[in-house]
Ligand binder design. Structure first.
Ligand SMILES: [Zn+2]
Length: 275
C-alpha cells in the first residue's frame, strides 16, 4: 500500500493510441465512443477520490452493444498490452511508475490491475487512473472484484496515501520457534470509511499471510544472527533495525516485525533462540 504518482496521461490520448491501428470499420465505431470514454474517465476520477466507485453503476451498462463492449475490452487485451502495438509504450510507462507493487508493497510490478474490472466497465478498460501497477499475485487475488459500498473498495495508489502513519502492527507469538502475525490498527485520525477500506485491502490481498511468511523466513536467519551477539546488545540491535526500516517505510513488514520483536521481553530474553 504505497502511493504512486498520478500518470501524466489523459484518457483521451491513451484511447486514441489504442484505436490508432484498428481496421477502418472498427475504428469508426470506437471513435464514436471517444466522448463516452472521456466522460467515464472523469466520473471515475471524481468517484475514486471520494471512495464512491460503487456509485458508477451506469457505466456498467454503457455501451449496450456487445460488439462495442468487446472492442473496448480488446483495447487493453490486444492493443495496450500488445508488444507490437504502438500503444504498448503507454502500458510500459504505467507499469514502470511503481517499482514495488503498490498493493502489497512487497513483490515486483509485473502487470496492470484494473481497479474497476474491464469485464464490467468496458469504458474504463484503458483509462490510466483505473490502471494500477501490480504484481501478478495481487492482480489474481483481486480478480474481477466490484465494490458494492464505500467500505469494500481496495486502495487506489493514485488517490490513497496512507504511507505517513503507522497502521500495520505485529504480535509476537511465544512459541518455538518464535513467530509474528500481522494486523491492521487504524490510526485515530482515519475516518470510518478509510479504516474499513484498509482492513478490506489487507484481507483481499492476503497480506497477513504474505507478511507472516516473509517474517518467518527472516526470523530463521535472525535467530543465528542473535545467537552470536552478546545478550546485552540484542535490544539495541532490534530497535536500530526497527527504526532504520521505519524511516524508509513505517508499514514495511520488516520494520514492523523488528518493532514487535524489540518490544517483546520474552523474545529478547531467549525466545529468539528456541527452535
Ligand atoms: Zn502485489
Amino acid at each position: 500500500m504505497r502511493p504512486v504518482q498520478v500518470p501524466d496521461l489523459s484518457a483521451r490520448e491513451v484511447y486514441a493510441a489504442c484505436i490508432s491501428k484498428t481496421r477502418p470499420k472498427v475504428k469508426a465505431r470506437l471513435q464514436a465512443l471517444t466522448e463516452d470514454v472521456v466522460n467515464a474517465a472523469s466520473e471515475f476520477e471524481v468517484a475514486a477520490s471520494a471512495a464512491d466507485l460503487h456509485r458508477l453503476i451506469d457505466l456498467k451498462t454503457n455501451p449496450t452493444d456487445e460488439s462495442d463492449r468487446a472492442q473496448l475490452t480488446k483495447n487493453y487485451t490486444q492493443r495496450l498490452t500488445n508488444k507490437d502495438h504502438p500503444a504498448r509504450e503507454i502500458y510500459d510507462e504505467l507499469k514502470i511508475a511503481g517499482r514495488l507493487c503498490p498493493l502489497c508493497a512487497h513483490r515486483d510490478v509485473e502487470t496492470l490491475d484494473h481497479q474497476l474490472p474491464k469485464s464490467l466497465y468496458p469504458l474504463l478498460a484503458v483509462v490510466p487512473l483505473n490502471l494500477v501497477p501490480a504484481c501478478r499475485s495481487c492482480n489474481t487475488l483481486k480478480s474481477d472484484a466490484d465494490p458494492s459500498s464505500a467500505y469494500d473498495q481496495t486502495l487506489n495508489p493514485y488517490f490513497d496515501d496512507i504511507s505517513k502513519e503507522q497502521w500495520l502492527f505485529a504480535r509476537v507469538h511465544e512459541v518455538a520457534p518464535a513467530c509474528v502475525s500481522f494486523h491492521v490498527k487504524p490510526p485515530s485520525s482515519w475516518d470510518e470509511v478509510l479504516a474499513a477500506r484498509v482492513l478490506w485491502h489487507f484481507k483481499v490481498f492476503d497480506l497477513a499471510e504474505l507478511y507472516g511468511n516473509q517474517a518467518g523466513r527472516a526470523m530463521t536467519s535472525l535467530r543465528y544472527v542473535l545467537k552470536r551477539k552478546a545478550p546485552s546488545t540484542i535490544p539495541a540491535y532490534l530497535k536500530d533495525e526497527a527504526d532504520g526500516g521505519a524511516d524508509e517505510d513505517p508499514n514495511s513488514w520488516k520494520a514492523v516485525m523488528f518493532q514487535a520483536l524489540a518490544n517483546s521481553s520474552w523474545y529478547i530474553n531467549g525466545g529468539f533462540a528456541l527452535e
